[in-house]
Design a protein around this ligand. Structure first.
Ligand code: DP6
Length: 325
């Protein structure tokens, strides 16, 4: 009744931005990401008949409130599938995702929680089934089941049965790198969940965002297949800009981009003008992720560290999917 799983976070090259069903977490478009080896969560789940409710510790601290509620709601789902309604669990998570790096730790967090809890309660799931359950904890987490590149297929059905991630290319297909650029920035005011919802409900740009996505997706999949870095980088950067453009049209309008974010974006474009292929992508926060190739690592790191307002640069390769410890 006990299992430990490790899952890495991922960075989306084609963004998930918009839900068609809030409670089942069903998206309005497919998304595609690369899993990163530098950032992960390890979670142990132990179901125990003596427990009267779930317990959750994160990095050794007992957690209550919204974070606790998201974990128990997710465990209810796993209990439902297993047909073990009143069996509670002790959940211990350790996050190796520096919070300052601005990665959604919910991606590695829910992927590790899903894998450990499903195994601990005795379910034996395929990756696809695991991805589908994980999705209901946090959308982007369903891609972290796989290593390398993964695509979350939005699906069409109202019950979400066809909405899960699938592997696109394994880790050893292509050694591309990601630098997480940590900025001296203020804490974000709008969470990704809230920002996404406000955009869907009010932004006149949202429809064009959804409409433009399949072309980006097909292009990037061809780019990954042929290891065409320029193509993958150009599409990822443009897709991220389109996502961020939708927030400017929302009511009330908002943006995750801060002045230091723009400085880094311009520095990345300047690197390109100087012959170093590097491209940026940005999630629902001010920090920037830079895609580059191994042969340019030194130059890219040095350039990024030299930008005013940059407090840290954390380098990562692409990483493995879920593993059990
Ligand atoms: C901008 O997966 O954190 O990082 O499904 O509401 O938990 P919920 O949202 P979440 O959103 C991530 C949005 C994004 C883009 C992406 O990872 O695709």
């Amino acid at each position: 009744m006990r299992a430990t799983a490790k899952a890495h976070t991922n960075i989306a090259l084609i963004k998930y931005w918009g839900k068609r069903d809030e409670s089942l977490i069903l998206p309005t478009n497919n998304s595609l990401s690369v899993t990163l080896d530098g950032f992960y969560t390890e979670t142990t789940v132990a179901f125990n008949e003596a427990l009267k409710q779930d317990q959750f510790t994160l990095d050794g601290q007992s957690i209550s409130g919204v974070q606790y509620d998201r974990v128990t709601t997710f465990l209810d789902l796993v209990r439902d599938v297993a047909g073990k309604k009143n069996l509670y669990a002790a959940v211990d998570s350790v996050n190796k995702v520096p919070t300052a790096a601005g990665f959604a730790s919910s991606a590695s967090g829910f992927a590790a929680l899903a894998a450990a809890s499903a195994r601990a309660i005795g379910l034996s799931l395929t990756d696809q089934e695991l991805s589908r359950i994980t999705r209901q904890g946090s959308g982007s987490a369903c891609r972290s089941i796989y290593g390398g590149f993964a695509e979350w297929e939005m699906g069409k059905r109202a019950d979400g049965s066809d909405s899960y991630a699938v592997p696109i290319a394994p880790v050893d297909h292509w050694d591309i790198r990601v630098a997480a650029v940590v900025l001296n920035a203020t804490k974000k005011k709008v969470s990704s969940r809230e920002g996404m919802k406000r955009t869907v409900d009010t932004s006149p740009f949202f429809a064009s965002w959804v409409e433009s996505n399949p072309v980006d997706l097909n292009g990037i999949k061809a780019g990954i297949k042929h290891r065409d870095f320029e193509k993958v980088g150009e599409i990822a950067e443009a897709n991220c800009l389109k996502m961020h453009a939708t927030t400017l049209g929302a009511n009330p309008p908002f943006t995750y981009l801060q002045d230091t974010t723009l400085t880094v974006m311009q520095a990345v474009q300047a690197m390109r003008a100087n012959g170093i292929p590097a491209f940026f992508t940005i999630d629902a926060g001010p920090n920037v992720k830079v895609l580059y190739l191994p042969e340019n690592e030194r130059t890219v790191e040095k350039t990024l560290r030299g930008i005013p307002g940059v407090t840290d640069v954390i380098l990562s390769k692409s990483g493995q999917g879920v593993t059990y410890l």
